[in-house]
Design a protein around this ligand. Structure first.
Ligand code: FO1
Length: 314
């Protein structure tokens, strides 16, 4: 059984690669919910939806979020009424937010709502929120603290970051699905997907007691670098590394994870960093990590699992 920790686009791609090569009951994907927010009276869970849509084959590959074949009549009508249009909700995607909001208002948890949607959409793995309690990522900038979606979407990641806060995370316990995966005797490896280390992975790692649970693991913990050849494949990870005065490279990310993980997967383009990363006490795999299509997603997933298996025996 494999546990993957994932955030947005990069995480969803590797999670999809894992789902393509593993039986559905052998993969649990625990997803960041720090990006969640209330918008237009709706509870929006961007990373849960990106992973769910990707594994259901419904994801919008142009935008990297929302659904394929989307239409925007709701947004056009909303704009005409003077509603807020900085955060785009497609007509198909809107159904997810409306139904999730209804379920949560009826007393369901994010976990049960997610499980119901995944069953309906035929998702071939178990997707769980990192926690069922409220966690909200805040981004510190020169002009003060910003809610995550204001930083990421409304301000297009422009303000230089100084730090992050995950409101509620210290009291937020890992979800039942995440805890179950960690205590499953069949667990063979834990994979940190190539997501933003600051705003996608760190909220998960910061959950109450999770770092201790990971420290007591009896299986390899492997992370895949979201930075390739000194640039982020998508999103603000590289910019954040630079703004925080960290090495804007796979080595910079390896340093963030060094005390936590056993192995680090980098792209062949970063082969020259292998020694420096190994010097952190990490085993290193250099392979093709650019997931241009589903076949590349599956190939990377297979390489990562084989790498983890090698760490298990050593
Ligand atoms: N990202 C944008 O850059 N612009 C948007 O209008 C936008 C809308 C949106 C709607 C639903 C959803 O699930 C995600 C959406 N995203 C949008 C992406 C979202 O901000 C990011 O996926 C995560 O929060 C970061 O990974």
């Amino acid at each position: 059984m494999i546990l993957a920790l994932a955030g947005g686009v990069g995480g969803a791609k590797l999670a999809n690669g894992l789902a393509r090569i593993l039986p559905a009951d052998q993969l649990i994907v625990a997803v960041n919910t720090g990006d969640d927010f209330e918008h237009l009276g709706l509870h929006v869970s961007p990373d849960l939806d990106t992973v769910m849509y990707t594994l259901a084959g419904l994801n919008n590959t142009e935008t990297g979020w929302g659904r394929a074949g989307e239409s925007w009549r709701f947004m056009a009508a909303l704009g005409a009424l003077g509603g807020e249009t900085w955060f785009n909700l497609g007509d198909l995607d809107l159904a997810t937010h409306v139904e999730r909001t209804r379920r949560l208002a009826a007393g369901e948890t994010l976990s049960t709502a997610t499980a119901a949607f995944c069953a309906r959409l035929g998702v071939p793995a178990k997707i769980v929120p990192m926690t069922d309690q409220k966690v909200r990522t805040m981004v510190q900038t020169a002009d003060g603290w910003l809610p995550f979606q204001d930083y990421f979407v409304r301000l297009r990641c422009a303000p230089p970051v100084r730090g992050f806060r995950f409101d509620g995370v210290a009291r937020a316990v890992p979800s039942a699905g995440l805890l179950q995966a960690l205590s499953d005797p069949a667990l063979a490896a834990i994979v940190i997907c190539p997501s933003n280390p600051f705003v996608s992975v760190d909220p998960i790692l910061s959950l109450a007691g999770l770092r201790d649970l990971l420290a007591r693991r009896r299986v390899p913990l492997v992370a895949v670098s979201p930075i390739v050849g000194g640039k982020a494949i998508k999103g603000p990870a590289l910019k954040m590394l630079q703004e925080l005065g960290l090495d804007p490279s796979a080595l910079g990310v390896a340093r963030l994870y060094a005390k936590l993980i056993d192995g680090f997967v980098i792209d062949r383009q970063d082969d020259a960093l292998t020694q420096a990363i190994a010097a952190l006490g990490l085993r290193v795999l250099a392979t093709d990590t650019i997931m241009t299509d589903p076949a590349a997603q599956s190939a990377l997933a297979a390489s990562v699992l084989e790498f983890a298996q090698r760490l298990r025996r050593s």
